[in-house]
Ligand binder design. Structure first.
Ligand SMILES: [Fe+2]
Length: 222
């Protein structure tokens, strides 16, 4: 079994996720919905606040037996699916939280989250996340077709490190576990504004400009 110090947490187990998050959930979601709205003065500030908040939420949830059970199940691969796994932790009208698992032999291709913000934090394993912003002129398009993406960054995330997506900025990302599997706590605002798309690169990066051409395929066609 994979080792993770997050499983060493000792606390009462009787609380539900809703009780554990009571009093902090709305402020926490506020820190995510502030992405792209001029709330943060810099990416460093944004990263620092979200990182702090994700660690806090994870710690609070670890005081519940249900979340610890889900983390254990994810780490032990009891819930493995063909490509990736999702276990719901908490959901209400404003956002949802869950454990997202991805595997080294099944990378998650580039995809978007139209119009919504979200954040992931690694709980166990390591994952390479590549992020892009869909260029302006393609944003209102509702059909499949060729588009251009502007690269934000590519980073390897270790336990307790985060990656985020804004409603527009860095909204497109791919994930590739570089350990056998990677389990992440993911929190995403509710209600995407449009249908999800997948992006399949047709040309390698223009290294200087950081651009990528890709075929965008709307989810219903896959
Ligand atoms: Fe995603």
């Amino acid at each position: 079994m994979a080792q993770t110090n997050t499983l060493e947490f000792r606390a009462p187990v009787s609380e539900t996720a809703s009780e554990a998050l009571d009093g902090v959930w709305k402020d926490f979601i506020g820190s995510i919905s502030g992405i792209g709205k001029g709330v943060y003065h810099s990416d460093a500030e944004l990263n620092s606040v979200l990182n702090h908040n994700l660690v806090m939420v994870h710690s609070l949830l670890m005081s519940t037996g249900s979340y610890r059970g889900l983390v254990n199940n994810s780490v032990q691969r009891l819930t493995r699916t063909k490509s990736w796994g999702w276990q719901s932790v908490y959901q209400d009208a404003i956002a949802k939280a869950g454990l997202f698992s991805t595997y080294s032999n099944a990378p998650v291709p580039l995809h978007d989250h139209p119009g919504v913000s979200g954040v992931v934090m690694v709980v166990e394993g390591q994952v390479e996340v590549e992020r892009y912003t869909l260029k302006d002129k393609y944003r209102q398009q509702t059909q499949s077709g060729q588009v251009e993406l502007q690269r934000c960054d590519r980073k390897v995330l270790k336990p307790f490190e985060i990656s985020w997506f804004g409603p527009e900025e860095c909204n497109v990302h791919s994930m590739h576990a570089i350990t056998d599997q990677c389990v992440m706590l993911k929190v995403q605002l509710a209600q995407m504004k449009a249908e999800r798309s997948w992006y399949f690169p047709v040309r390698t990066h223009d290294q200087e400009l950081g651009t990528l051409s890709a075929h965008r395929i709307i989810s219903r066609y896959l």
